[in-house]
Write a protein that binds this ligand. Sequence first.
Ligand code: ME8
Length: 646
Amino acid sequence: MSKERFYVSTPIYYPSDHPHIGHAYTTTVADSLARWHRFVGRDVYFVTGSDEHGQKIQRAAMTKNVTPQAYVDEIVASFKALWEKLHIEYDDFVRTTEPRHHRAVQTVFKRIYDQGDIYKDSYSGWYCTPCETFWVENRLIDGNCPDCSRSVELVEEESYFFKLSKYSSRLLAYIEEHPEFIQPESRRKEMVNFIKSGLEDLCVSRTTFDWGIPVPIDEGHVIYVWFDALTNYITALGYPEETELMEQFWPADLHLVGKEIMRFHTIIWPIILMALDLPLPKTVFGHGWLLFDSDKMSKSKGNVVDPLILIDDFGVDPIRYFLMREISFGQDGNFSRRALIERTNADLANDLGNLLNRTLSMLDRYFDGIVPQPDKNNEIDQAIIDFANNLATSVDALLKDYKLNDALAAIWQLVGRANKYVDERAPWNLAKLDDKSELGTVMYNLLEVLRIVALLVKSFLPETGDAIWNQLGLNDIESQDFSQVTWGHLNPGIQTAKGDPIFPRIDVEEEMEVESQVKTEKSKSKVEPKKEEKAPEGVVIGIEDFAKVQLAVAEILEAGPIEGADRLLKLQIDLGNEKRQLVAGIAKHYAPNELIGRRIVVVTNLKPAKLRGELSEGMLLAATSPDGKLEIVTVSNAIPAGSRVS
Ligand code: ME8
């Protein structure tokens, strides 16, 4: 029997702007699935990339006065840098400006044209440049793009058209016969309704700008950017050559995309493939949107979350875990720092981190850190052994059905059971017995659970898998195969190496206090009222309200850390005629010595507060982006300390 294989793709992202948490979400899920299937022993191909042509990119480059190529080169580098930081292990990264992709797209276009499914006509209709989408008048909502609600432009130009309408009933029949093709179910219904409402032939070339792949038979036209972009999924396999990759991996198993681009992937792309006589991908899965504090992320609202800042603040695995566990796969989900911290503390620090820590501490105490020989198992022991022994197969079945949250929940069920097992089997009582064999059995079982957990989590949380493995004193987790996820592979006699907690608890209140302390720029008034008194958005205040707040320039004389509070700094400041102490949540953004001598703006008549036992007599002003990037407000040295700010 030939080896099972798994071809997974993400959308190729527009390098019109730097990547954000939404891009990280899709790519992390795809990476975890790819890692899992590789671990199970399947041949995997994982493709991502960048969608570099089109009017949107050309315009973005023009506003920066650079060539489109120079523009995308810089942003593509930032996508690749993020993927490296997030430990994304792709097999190929397709850039649509690469010659191999030009060749593939032009071949696809020419083949379809030669067989009569592309024809020349003239187009008159609407175009949404941010979505790069053509719209007929009756699909617009209030005259705007039905997808993004932004304004559309009238386009009238000579164009080539692709006969989507000809394939409409064949596509419907295919969808009917292949329920797994469009997932989740709700999206399938949406797509079926869309097709049934009537497919227009699709405009597949443009003449009013030139940043694209030329139409092979008519150089005055460039190929429509979605026709170009969708082809990347076969470019990656070497199309139009009859390559081994094409033979082995086409049709793709999974195109993972956000719900807003399902139409392109479940209507246009399958019809291109039908026209080429190529098989259709097995599944297109349209996941939901990540919202920020329940609101759609957008640049204009200034609430786009930068994953690099999150990684710096919390590390890679908490973010990967949060995205895959907290967000119901397929539905919209909410991102907030509070939810991220709470999830990290509960599942990673308390459940998993603590299990590792307490197990290895007991092992150090009772067996000098050496894995003991197990003896007879009782019923309680056997129950956890059976659960752990069957878990990998269950996780695999769940992941094959794209039940990502359930797969992680199942692994954490084992972690939860193991914590309960510690309490039930109370090793501290067994340690009092002369015969240490029962204690040895219990400790062995706990260590074996941890070994299995390390192997199970490493596809989702690569750093955590490694960290557990290393503390267990084991070597080379990468060489482990799926057969090792069954019970009993841990060898007695190994010297473990207990280390620091793998997930130190984050103080959520400190974190939130810090956030509310420094949020000044976002409110239109210069002062952030206390949370409970926050002025409603859009409500104006009188000058007499503002006059209640005394602001003054202060010079920072000293700055230093506060023990046990890694986000806070203690500042000694000079206010001209007095010296005071401030506590500010800026430790992640400034080293103490960068602050000395700076002239900052301080609210001087704020009620003093104690933070981590330190008196804070005032509050400095700073600007924060929604994802927590922070800059303190400063004035030049020409303004003496003590000057009033108004
Ligand atoms: O659409 N929540 O590229 P794009 C979840 N170039 N996922 C999100 C998200 C959010 N808030 N924001 C973005 C394009 N994504 C085309 C694709 S494919 C042949 C061409 C993710 O840069 C999600 O996967 O606008 C979404 O579909 C994709 O980024 C859109 O990326």
